[in-house]
Design a protein around this ligand. Structure first.
Ligand code: ADP
Ligand code: MG
Ligand code: MG
Length: 496
């Protein structure tokens, strides 16, 4: 691995004395508590009206990231926005990859439910051509072999409930503040404010929602946030809500599927969606991405009611299906990407392709045998979101022993990305007795780039934008990296 200039990954973070560490932790946690970098505490059931919060899990230092790869990730985002918009508009492609007749929906109950509901709504005739995506494309740095320069490799592309936009903006601000307040104890004398890139994700994501709302163009309509009961990551969502109201004068209604079952109705003539007497312009899903959100047929019925309406969905069922890992894998097959991006210069398309690791389907010829043989270098993924669903390395062969052959169609194999080794950070989590002291561990950092796209109108065009970024950092020995699932912390970037 070639070391970047100035800050070496293997010399990160600097060693601090106990006194310095304690001071930095105090600065960090009080800043987080003062600036909405928050979670609801782990209490079940959550009180209806919360009266306390804890700071989100965070790192005390930003993580070094090569500037050229940060720029590359941001540059790729527009192409990814367009790519996934076009996939969502390609009904035939989605039917063949994710459908219940020939695709993944045949063997995956959750995907099958969504696709079947979508198909009957299509047969009936959908009335809202526009679709909105708030996306997040996730990456790891890849060290490769034999002194290859670091490269950028995509983990996955999220098309539903992409979270941590507003909290990541606050984490970037936290690290900038810690530097301003402490100079990080002069551990790196040439560290400067410009090394901390700006992050304005909140305004960017809200611009996407506001653009959809404006396209719907009905006075006094509101945006509906569909949320999970007992959600602890509410501040990440509320901060979008405040920005919508303060900067765009758009009101938000927050409801769960179960509340909507009683409150939502669709006008039989216009198909306008109403919550009580209020018309909804845009439905933003922060729920509905996992089978756990649909414990019975009624939640699916509510999802399909929303889909049937004239409101703009973020995402539509089509766009949710487009975000499946199976789609990510099929895109790597020869010619598929080129077909979707045939109007984009080949060199740019190639740049996008070079952000991918090798992937294949377990249902391909010798696909399962290959996964067994190469297990140590692989991760297997099903069609699920939210972390904790993958199978890694040595767990793969015994897993394959028990996987019914039919279900292979629902799983993909992906080569493991190999992040640079030896990078550490100080991680802080709130405990029940206040902040636990910071722990220094070896880490892996995952970069996410946010973007939005509004598409499906008559001109066939895609209105889109790249709008900001996120870093989540996990202990090196944890395979997964979800902040919400407790495996990782919020972090930011130091450009190197
Ligand atoms: P989810 O949709 O559940 O978040 P991901 O594809 O993001 O699924 O996988 C979860 C986590 O697993 C990632 O955040 C990352 O830490 C790890 N991971 C996934 N794919 C790879 C890979 N190819 N190489 C290394 N780690 C990976
Ligand atoms: Mg992920
Ligand atoms: Mg995901």
């Amino acid at each position: 691995m070639s070391l970047p200039s100035r800050f070496a990954f293997s010399n990160w973070p600097p060693a601090l004395s106990e006194t310095e560490l304690e001071a930095l932790t105090l600065y960090a946690t009080t800043y987080a508590l003062s600036h909405g970098l928050l979670y609801l505490p782990p209490i079940q059931p959550q009180p209806t009206i919360p009266n306390s919060a804890i700071h989100a899990p965070l790192s005390l230092f930003p993580s070094p990231f090569p500037g050229r790869l940060f720029l590359l990730a941001r540059r790729l985002q527009s192409m990814y926005n367009i790519l996934y918009a076009r996939i969502a508009m390609d009904v035939q492609f989605l039917d063949s990859v994710m459908g219940s007749i020939e695709g993944v929906g045949k063997v995956d109950e959750f995907v099958g439910q969504l696709w079947t509901g979508w198909r009957s709504l299509r047969d009936e005739g959908l009335v809202q051509p526009l679709q909105l995506g708030l996306f997040r494309s996730d990456y790891l740095l890849h060290a490769g072999l034999n002194d290859e320069p670091l490269s950028l490799k995509q983990v996955e592309f999220n098309t539903i409930s992409s979270s941590f936009g507003t909290l990541s903006e606050r984490t970037a601000a936290l690290h900038r503040y810690l530097f301003a307040a402490t100079s990080y104890f002069n551990a790196y004398p040439d560290m400067k404010p410009d090394d901390f890139p700006p992050n304005n994700t909140t305004a960017g994501l809200v611009e996407g929602l506001a653009t959809a709302h404006a396209a719907y163009n009905v006075e006094n309509a509101k945006i509906l946030f569909v949320v999970q009961a007992g959600e602890r990551n509410v501040f990440d969502q509320r901060l979008l809500e405040y920005e919508l109201l303060e900067k765009h004068s758009i009101h938000v209604i927050r409801q769960t599927f179960d509340q909507l079952e009683a409150s939502a109705s669709v006008d039989s003539v216009t198909r306008a969606l109403f919550i009580s007497d209020t018309e909804v312009s845009t439905v933003y899903f922060r729920a509905g991405y996992t089978p756990a959100d649909y414990p019975s047929a009624t939640q699916y019925a509510t999802r399909f009611l929303l889909e049937r309406s004239r409101a703009i969905k973020c995402p539509s069922i089509a766009l949710q299906l487009a975000g499946g890992k199976k789609v990510q894998q099929v895109l790597t097959q020869p010619g598929v990407l080129e077909r979707f991006l045939n109007d984009i210069p080949a060199a740019q398309v190639e740049e996008l392709r070079s952000s991918w690791m090798g992937m294949w389907g377990l249902d391909e010829e010798s696909g399962t045998q290959k996964a067994r043989d190469l297990a140590e270098r692989l991760v297997l993924k099903p069609q699920r979101e939210g972390g904790g669903n993958n199978v890694y390395k040595e767990a793969i062969p015994p897993f394959l022993d028990t996987l019914p052959p039919l279900e292979r169609q629902a799983w993909i194999a992906m080569e493991l990305i190999a992040p640079p080794e030896g990078t550490g950070n100080y991680l802080v989590r709130a405990g029940s007795e206040g902040a636990q002291s910071a722990v220094k561990v070896d880490v892996v950092s995952e970069l996410g780039i946010f973007g939005w796209a509004l598409f499906g109108g008559q001109d066939g065009g895609v209105k889109e934008k790249e709008v900001g970024w996120l870093v989540r950092t996990k202990g090196k020995d944890s395979n997964e990296g979800g902040v919400a699932t407790g495996f990782s912390v919020l972090d930011s970037i130091l450009l190197v």
